[in-house]
Design a binder for this molecule. Structure first.
Ligand SMILES: Cc1cc2nc3c(=O)[nH]c(=O)nc-3n(C[C@H](O)[C@H](O)[C@H](O)COP(=O)(O)O)c2cc1C
Length: 455
């Protein structure tokens, strides 16, 4: 009987007893709730709410130690691809030999008008170098780093259709004692954190001293740290202004947006770019943002400006600027990358969060490319206070309020070139770095040194 009644029910409700009507109504309402819940669950599944940090695009974070200490130079590549890179562009290719490894710039992977001189592309390549230097130590290989000298290329009006990969640095190895440093162990723990930091938990003095110690290992760069006060206020204002300027520059913002991967499908297809998971949102907001329809670009641009001002700067107890003599010199950009990666690994081992915030320097490049007088350059120079140094990377640091998650990575397949590329450098084209820099893994991150006491 019940069966008959159930199958004969139609919508809208047919007249019957009040109890019948209520029962039928409740059953249908329940069905609708279940349907809605099922739909929501499907939407949550489809938009990757349950798959944060999961899937093939995240495997390189788990398998990076490969076949262990005897694997040799290929192990360096696995570590290299986990490095930071601007917009997660992963602009690297590798050529592996028994006693050396070449790092090449992948000419198609850059931010175009947002990085017109490929300065940030080269910093990213330097980040990969740092991971590889540390991994070499763990393999029992002592690396010597050689850089491609010269200036970064001027922006080209017309990009060649198929530009060749270009060797930018080479590691040469000699066998040595295995050196598994704390920095090496932090390679797979390091993730850019764009969420709120604990505003009232400052970075300890001894950590700031240790940051400065790390910077002093390379005299081609200078580190400026700002907690509060007038210069910090100017820095924050410039950062918000630069973010607004990027949003207002159609070419820049379109180049930036083209790297964002918003759905699980896009992530698995490209295995690069920033993702919604990497925005640093608390779990409930993250789920909501993923499940809601894609907002208009103008809205996301406003949200970026607001997050920069009200979350990232407002909660950061510390900001910093890496300054160099000439940001448009190749080896300098690579060395800034080595340092930035090293600093992040060190900070990671201390439980600190970090995020590059490079909008100001990106605007300085854009002004230069467009031959405009740059108010950003002038104001940032005042913060640095010494005309011989120019900013190449700015960042914030603090203790995280929300844990950062991994970003996708391409595996090493397809990134290791078999043949010598057409533009491979002759010996004479590379400069060998002298002692003090070529053997890098020296600082143990577990020991925060106080330079005033060690002198
Ligand atoms: C040269 C350079 C510039 C960067 N600039 C920014 C930036 O302005 N804002 C930001 O949120 N992240 C920035 N990043 C961080 C990258 O987006 C991040 O490294 C990349 O998405 C990979 O994520 P991961 O660092 O968590 O592995 C920058 C990284 C590099 C190397």
């Amino acid at each position: 009987m019940t069966q008959d009644r159930e199958t004969s029910e139609t919508w809208p409700l047919e007249p019957g007893s009040e109890a019948d009507t209520r029962r039928i109504f409740l059953k249908r309402a329940g069905g609708l709730v279940l349907l809605a819940a099922g739909g929501l669950a499907w939407r949550a599944y489809d938009t990757g709410v349950f798959s944060v940090g999961r899937g093939p695009a995240y495997e390189p974070w788990k398998t990076w130690q490969g076949q262990g200490p005897s694997e040799g130079p290929l192990a360096l590549v696995r570590a290299g691809v986990l490095a930071a890179s601007v917009h997660n562009t992963q602009p690297w290719l590798f050529r592996v030999g028994a006693e050396s490894l070449e790092l090449l710039a992948d000419p198609g992977r850059h931010l175009g008008p947002m990085d017109p001189y490929r300065r940030e592309q080269h910093i990213s390549l330097g980040c990969a170098l740092e991971n590889m230097v540390l991994a070499a130590g763990a393999q029992g290989l002592k690396p010597e780093v050689e850089f491609l000298p010269g200036k970064l290329a001027e922006p080209q009006a017309e990009v060649p259709i198929a530009p060749a990969p270009e060797v930018v640095a080479r590691l040469r190895f000699t066998p040595s004692r295995r050196d598994i440093s704390g920095l090496y162990a932090a390679i797979s723990q390091r993730h850019t954190n764009r969420g709120p930091y604990l505003a009232d938990r400052g970075v300890p003095r001894e950590t700031l001293w240790a940051f400065n110690d790390l910077a002093r290992e390379d005299d081609s760069l200078r580190l400026v740290l700002l907690e509060d006060g007038g210069r910090r206020a100017v820095f924050d204002r410039l950062m918000v202004d630069a973010t607004e300027a990027i949003v207002a520059d159609r070419e820049m913002i379109e180049a930036s947006n083209s790297w964002f991967r918003l759905t699980p499908r896009e992530i698995e297809q490209h295995r690069d770019g920033p993702t919604i998971d990497s925005f640093g949102l608390p779990p409930l907001s993250l789920a909501a943002v993923k499940m809601l329809p894609k907002p208009e670009p103008e809205k996301t641009h406003r949200q970026w400006v607001a997050a920069t001002r009200d979350v990232q700067l407002a909660t950061a107890p510390l900001v910093g600027i890496i300054a160099v003599r000439d940001p448009y010199e190749r080896a300098t950009a690579l060395r800034a990358g080595l340092f930035w990666q090293r600093l992040q690994l060190w900070a990671t081992a201390q439980g600190l969060a970090m995020q590059p915030m490079n909008q100001i320097v990106q605007m300085i490049d854009r002004d230069r490319q467009q031959a405009r007088t740059s108010a950003f350059a002038a104001d940032l120079a005042e913060i640095l206070g010494d005309g011989r140094w120019q900013a190449t990377l700015a960042f914030r640091a603090g203790y995280p309020a929300v844990a950062a998650v991994p970003s996708p990575r391409r595996g090493i397949d397809g990134l290791v070139l078999e043949e010598a590329p057409a533009s491979s450098l002759r010996e004479a084209d590379l400069i060998a770095e002298q002692s003090g820099f070529s053997v890098r893994p020296t600082t143990d991150p577990s020991v925060a040194r106080d330079p005033t006491r060690s002198q």
